[in-house]
Write a protein of this length. Structure first.
Length: 598
């Protein structure tokens, strides 16, 4: 009893001091410590208003307010309060009134220790069962939300008709919920998929087994998407199938993992045994479909499934009791995990890509959702982690980005080569741009994007005639008007792309000749109207151009260049960026010296 009931709170109402002394002994023998005593009904009611109690034990006959009056008031606050009455109940009217007030248990006076203990155990057991039912309902809800947060989810009846689809299913397939409910999954079946796959699927799940495999689906707009699917039967307490649940992970594109959805599922009013059983079924669904771990409040691993171990190369014994630091890759900054824990401490779900290192040293990228598990009191009791490996997708994305970067750099170098400038010019401008972007406070991702896009600042020069582009003297008015067209030409070449790096390149090509005072070209926009990427590249391009030989001029010495920037601060260039450039000049000179023209 001590282990099960030690946290149950009791309000004991009795005006007889000798009875209180007697029951205190009984409570002590049973290991019950959370007991509050009141000497009359009014005192007890005041306590109850401030603090709820799991079990109320009250005498019937008391001064100021009797037991019946107290119970009546308590029931108005909490209609399901468990009540135990200690009384003689000498007449039939009192017994009927107690029943009408839904008193749960009766103990006769004088108190018999054995009977009191037996009835008390019944009362405590009822309270405990109610608490377990409430906890089970809460845990079931969190398991359901966990699945809905981290996957594409649908449910069907025994005939295969869709009864539920979450928002992610609708988003990826392009169908609305109304278009899906009542249909079979053939609505998204792709003609490339062989019929044998679905025959095997149905044969497997009808035998109450889990089916796993890859399926190619067709969205409403005719495009395809590929999912890693798990389909399993949900069983009732008798072992009969009541419905089928399908959990899928979109492996067509990494971006499909960035939108994880939450939807509250309506709980039914089944009994405690059924709730516990469903919790186990949902837990099994998670366990089969993903790398799964549980962590205590100190960050120590308390559970990992087999998939977690197979991905990372550790045994369960090597992981249990350790923190996830055992998997941490040293290249991941500490701020990443600081921000993650900040979110979790706020009882919010954290979602993101974690870079891990397996036991054999291999890098593993895991698309992760970490969910704080909250008990009825509102306190977090543990953290659940659902992880899907996306290492191949990350590698593919990196390869695409590297290819884009190489193409952008090469195209930028082509533009410079036409004007007889060296490829090192675009390298230096790229490195200068990254440094200045970080100095002004942009995050690493934004700074890296500007660095990759800045080599395209003069790509429009491919459309300028050689005679003007390489004229070994100052251009006249008409020639300069033609030269200025390279900003518009570059923008028109790049603006139609849906790639972020090329869209940023288009902005830089268009705006790197605009001036802070509004006297630049081609649009004469001013100050913050000029995109930060254009303002940054303008300084970096001019700094490098002034310090380099051109067909129409010799390189300036450093002192003359710095004087120029001081004069043009707030005129040609963003004054804040000029200040940062001058304050950190040594870092820019290091880059210049690293990429010297040969």
């Amino acid at each position: 009893m001590k282990n099960l009931y030690s946290k149950i709170t009791i309000l004991y109402v009795e005006d007889d001091i000798s009875v209180i002394a007697f029951v205190k002994v009984l409570f002590k023998q049973k290991g019950i410590v959370n007991v509050t005593y009141a000497s009359n009904g009014q005192e007890a009611y005041t306590l109850y208003e401030k603090n709820r109690y799991d079990l109320v034990i009250t005498d019937m006959m008391m001064p100021i307010m009797n037991g019946f009056e107290l119970i009546e008031k308590i029931k108005k606050i909490e209609s399901h309060q468990v009540i135990m009455m200690v009384t003689g109940l000498d007449n039939k009217e009192d017994l009927i009134k107690a029943i009408e007030l839904r008193v749960n248990f009766f103990v006769e006076k004088p108190i018999n220790p054995q009977k009191f203990s037996a009835i008390l155990c019944d009362g405590l057991s009822q309270v405990y069962q109610r608490q377990q039912l409430a906890l089970s309902n809460l845990l079931l809800e969190q398991y359901r939300v966990t699945i809905d947060e981290s996957t594409i989810l649908s449910k069907t009846d025994l005939d295969g008709f869709i009864t539920y689809a979450n928002k992610e299913f609708c988003r990826v397939s392009g169908y609305t919920l109304d278009e899906l409910i009542g249909k079979t999954h053939s609505i998204v079946r792709h003609p490339d998929m062989p019929q044998a796959t679905f025959k095997d699927l149905w044969k497997t799940i009808k035998s109450k087994q889990i089916w796993k495999g890859k399926i190619k689906n067709r969205a409403k707009n005719g495009s395809y998407y590929i999912v890693d699917a798990l389909v399993m039967p949900l069983l009732d307490v008798n072992g009969d199938t009541i419905e089928y649940i399908a959990i899928r992970h979109n492996i067509t594109d990494l971006e499909d993992y960035k939108e994880l959805l939450r939807k509250e599922l309506i709980l039914t009013t089944k009994g405690l045994d059924e709730k516990v059983h469903q919790v186990k079924e949902y837990e099994k669904a998670i366990d089969e479909s993903a790398s799964f771990s549980r962590t205590n409040l100190d960050g120590k691993i308390t559970y990992v499934n087999n998939k977690f171990c197979s991905i990372n190369g550790y045994t369960k014994d090597e992981l249990i009791g350790k923190s996830h630091n055992i998997l941490r890759d040293p290249s991941v900054p500490k701020e990443f995990f600081t921000n993650m824990w900040k979110t979790l401490k706020e009882k919010k779900v954290w979602k993101g890509i974690i870079k891990n290192r397996a036991k054999n040293g291999e890098i593993k990228y895991m698309d992760t959702a970490i969910i704080p598990i909250v008990q009825i009191s509102g306190d977090v009791v543990e953290y659940m982690s659902i992880r899907h490996e996306v290492t191949e997708l990350i590698a593919l994305q990196k390869e695409i980005e590297d290819t884009q970067r190489e193409v952008v750099f090469t195209m930028g170098a082509i533009g410079e080569t036409r004007s007889k400038e060296t490829g090192n010019h675009v390298k230096r401008v790229a490195e200068y741009s990254y440094l200045l972007a970080k100095l002004v406070g942009l995050d690493t991702e934004q700074a890296e994007l500007i660095k990759m896009a800045s080599p395209m600042h003069d790509i429009g020069k491919v459309g300028i005639p050689d005679a003007i582009l390489n004229k070994p003297a100052r251009l006249d008015f008409e020639e300069f008007e033609i030269m200025k067209q390279h900003a518009e030409l570059g923008y028109e070449m790049l603006k139609g792309s849906n790639r972020e790096i090329l869209r940023t390149s288009a902005i830089i090509a268009h705006e790197h000749h605009e001036r802070w005072n509004g006297q630049g070209y081609p649009r004469k926009i001013a100050k913050e109207e000029i995109h930060i990427a254009g303002r940054i590249t303008a300084i970096c391009d001019v700094f490098d151009a002034l310090g380099s030989d051109r067909c129409y001029k010799n390189a300036w010495d450093l002192e003359k260049i710095l004087d120029f920037f001081k004069v043009e601060r707030g005129e040609h260039f963003d004054p804040q960026l000029v200040d940062l450039f001058l304050e950190n000049l040594d870092k820019f000179l290091e880059i210049r010296d690293q990429y010297v023209d040969v």
